[in-house]
Design a protein around this ligand. Structure first.
Ligand code: SME
Length: 162
């Protein structure tokens, strides 16, 4: 537990240094998923889904095996996070009604909403693990802090950001 917390704190410092002054959200998202995916050993798929139309998420920067290209707000863990704007911690995806399996090896997920500085939902961060019960409060607190940084970087009017 303490070790994971230290890893997050170190990773957040790296991310802050790497994205300082960057206003392009895709560049920020790509940097965040790279740093997280290679720092936290239980992360098997790490990526953003961006809001591209009402009720529709499209895959953004990610690391891991190939991810679903589109997800709708009305299904799955990402959909629940987008609809409720609340972090979803799912210890066992087989017990989550409507879970969308992009990979058959996924056992647990955490999905964190990303809100811009005006409070508008712009994306969700989806992390999948092949280990049951992989995610806890330590993950939630640190991933929410990272998503806050992403939401505050750049503006919605920039090219390539929906
Ligand atoms: N598991 C997600 C779908 C996305 S993939 O796992 C990358 C969900 O149920 O929302």
């Amino acid at each position: 537990m303490a070790e994971k917390q230290q890893t997050y704190e170190r990773t957040i410092r790296h991310i802050q240094n790497l994205i300082a002054g960057e206003t392009d959200r895709i560049a920020v998202m790509a940097t965040v998923v790279c740093e997280l995916h290679h720092s936290l050993e239980t992360f098997d798929w790490t990526g953003f889904y961006r809001v591209v139309a009402p009720g529709l998420l499209k895959v953004g920067p990610y690391q891991g095996g190939h991810g679903c290209l589109e997800l709708s707000f009305d299904r799955g863990v990402c959909g629940a996070a987008a609809r409720t704007r609340q972090t979803q911690v799912v210890p066992d995806v087989s017990a989550f009604p409507g879970h969308i399996a992009c990979s058959t090896t996924t056992r647990a997920e955490i999905v964190v909403p990303v809100l811009d500085s005006g409070g508008e939902l712009i994306a969700v961060l989806d992390v999948d693990s092949n280990q049951l019960g992989a995610f806890d409060e330590v993950d939630r607190i640190h991933l929410e802090a990272i998503c806050k940084m992403v939401g505050q970087a750049g503006s919605a009017s920039e090219p390539g950001v929906s």
